[in-house]
Design a protein around this ligand. Structure first.
Ligand code: CTP
Ligand code: MG
Length: 233
């Protein structure tokens, strides 16, 4: 079976602060979602592409369609948006057995990262996340802000997207989370659902990429502009 790619783009972009959905914010004159969908297309691994969009937004839906993707109305949280996409994926059409879930906000993710996650899923891994070493010293603190000591950062990794899954597994853990009454606001990535609701399944890692950083705050947009300037046209 093939790969479905779910690009989650239904967020509001509060921290970026542009007053429009983040996926519509221009980067080098084109919306973030367009950059993200170009990366997906270049990777050449998707049999179908779904894009979650904010309820009522027509611009992102049109943009998704223009790139051959199916727009899906997202939910109030990222996890709710992924759930909405899984529901549509189940209702429409046959045949995907694996899924990649990707943040539109990681719009400069190199195609090679999509391919290496997909390759790992194809070779039998049921859950795969791209990761990078952390650069800063990490410290645990208590509620009062007192240091509880430095954490050994050699065992820590920062988690990126696309995250790849056996589709039946992602469906099962999403359903389990819903049944357990998990607050979707507390689910920051998809692989954590596997760890909580399918504890026997190992989440595998592959190397992520510096360019797969998430555009979250204004400084990230400055970095993204600089990355694009440094790329061959
Ligand atoms: N996302 C989504 N549906 C939501 C919330 C987020 O599809 N209800 C998507 C965003 O569009 C983004 C990705 O999940 O591509 C990661 O979320 P984040 O970076 O937090 O984006 P926003 O939620 O838009 O930003 P903010 O939290 O600052 O409002
Ligand atoms: Mg958010």
């Amino acid at each position: 079976g093939g790969f479905a790619v779910v690009v989650v783009a239904a967020g509001s972009g509060t921290r970026l602060g542009h007053g429009i959905p983040k996926a519509l914010v221009p980067l080098d004159g084109r919306p973030l979602l367009e950059h993200a969908l170009r990366g997906v297309a270049e990777a050449g691994i998707a049999d179908r592409v779904l894009v979650t969009v904010p309820a009522g937004d027509v611009d992102l839906s049109a943009l998704a369609r223009a790139h051959g993707a199916l727009p899906v109305t997202g939910g109030a949280s990222r996890a709710a948006s992924v759930r909405a996409a899984l529901a549509v994926l189940g209702r429409t059409g046959p045949g995907c057995t694996a899924v990649l879930v990707h943040d539109a906000a990681r719009c400069l993710t190199p195609p090679a990262v999509f391919r290496s996650v997909a390759r790992r899923v194809r070779s039998g891994a049921r859950a795969v996340v791209p990761v990078l070493p952390v650069a800063d010293t990490m410290r645990r603190v208590d509620e009062a802000g007192r240091s509880l000591g430095t954490v050994d950062r050699t065992v820590l990794r920062a988690v990126q997207t696309p995250q790849g899954f056996d589709l039946a597994l992602l469906r099962a853990v999403d359903r389990a989370a819903a049944e357990a009454g998990t607050d979707p606001e507390t689910v920051t990535d998809d692989a954590s659902l596997v760890e909580t609701h399918a504890p026997g399944v190992v989440v595998q890692t592959v190397p992520g990429h510096e360019h797969a950083f998430k555009i979250t705050r204004p400084l990230d947009l400055v970095l993204a502009e600089a990355v694009l300037r440094g790329r061959a046209p």
